[in-house]
Design a protein around this ligand. Structure first.
Ligand code: NAD
Length: 282
């Protein structure tokens, strides 16, 4: 089985590691923060216990999956990876710095990928000496449950890289779709007005957010309303993605971010992960 390294042990990195380990891959998760590595490990144990309780998997399988995942602050462990997926903070300069360092460690044939939601793959790939082995692999949250994964070649990406990335992610029992390297790719671009218009309606006093959520679920057939979804994703992440998409579309007002969301993010009302967002989770 090929080997995966995941950079960033947050929400997405932990979920991606679970997906690959469940498919039989050995996985190394790396983070600069040891507390987050411990949290990631504990959350994976919790998820496995829940799956055993619900009789989705047996204890032996859960132990095998957990046994395939190692946690480390040391990126030297990447040297044997066939694939590296980065899932760190959504910031171009930080990602570029990380990729430069990773390229020094991994083999020449290792495929290097980013889980970015909104940054240009061409600009991230430009930090690599060999950007032909670089591709976007964009999972949705929660990665173990959401079937879709966007595969996004940058202009520099070799065809074999895209195909190999697609084949591997398909083998993890995900549904892959090829998307172009444009802001928001497919799903996040369609989703921007879903959040943006909901926030504008709320700001204009047309309805409060609970009513908008209720209407979208009860009348629109959505599983979650826009405000519930923003709390789920994290208002900081969602705001940053909107800001990036807005700038990337040369400030097209259709994608204009909202002050309501900016203030929520600045106040630390990030949603579920901070215990408070549009709703209270304490
Ligand atoms: P998160 O904040 O939960 O996790 C990011 C982790 O990266 C943190 O644990 C942080 O300590 C770690 N980190 C930061 N710099 C690092 C470095 N130099 N080396 C190693 N680790 C480092 O973020 P997230 O929600 O998991 O998002 C990660 C990426 O995935 C972002 O690019 C985001 O846009 C994308 N994404 C997020 C979602 C979502 O719904 N949250 C969905 C799809 C894609």
């Amino acid at each position: 089985m090929p080997k995966l390294s995941v950079i960033g042990a947050g929400t997405m990195g932990t979920g991606i590691a679970q997906v690959a380990a469940t498919a039989g891959w050995d996985v190394v998760i790396n983070d600069t923060n040891n507390d987050i590595l411990e949290k990631s490990s504990a959350s994976l144990v919790k998820v496995m216990n829940r799956l055993v309780e619900k009789e989705k998997i047996d204890q032996a399988t859960a132990d095998k999956i957990l046994g395939r995942i190692d946690f480390t602050e040391d990126q030297q462990y990447f040297e044997n990876s066939d694939l590296v997926i980065e899932a760190i903070v959504e910031n171009l300069e930080i990602k570029q710095k990380v990729f430069k360092a990773v390229e020094e460690i991994v083999r020449e044939d290792t495929i290097i990928a980013s889980n970015t939601s909104s940054l240009s793959l061409a600009s991230i790939g430009a930090s690599l000496k060999d950007p032909s082995r670089f591709v976007g692999i964009h999972f949705f949250n929660p990665a173990p449950l959401m079937p879709l994964v966007e595969i996004i070649p940058a202009v520099q990406t070799a065809e074999e890289t895209t195909q190999q990335a697609k084949d591997w992610v398909d083998s993890w029992k995900k549904l892959t779709v090829l998307a172009k390297d444009t802001p928001g790719f497919i799903v996040n671009r369609v989703a921007r007005p879903f959040y943006g218009e909901s926030l504008r309606m709320y700001e204009e006093g047309i309805a409060d957010f609970a009513t908008i959520d209720w209407a979208m679920k009860e009348l629109g057939g959505f599983r979650m309303g826009p405000f519930e979804l923003m709390d789920f994703i994290g208002n900081d992440i969602n705001y940053t993605v909107t800001e990036t998409v807005f700038a990337s579309f040369f400030y097209d007002p259709r994608y204009k971010p909202s002050f309501t969301q900016k203030r929520m993010s600045e106040a630390g009302f990030l949603g579920r992960k901070s215990g408070r967002g549009y709703y209270d989770y304490a």
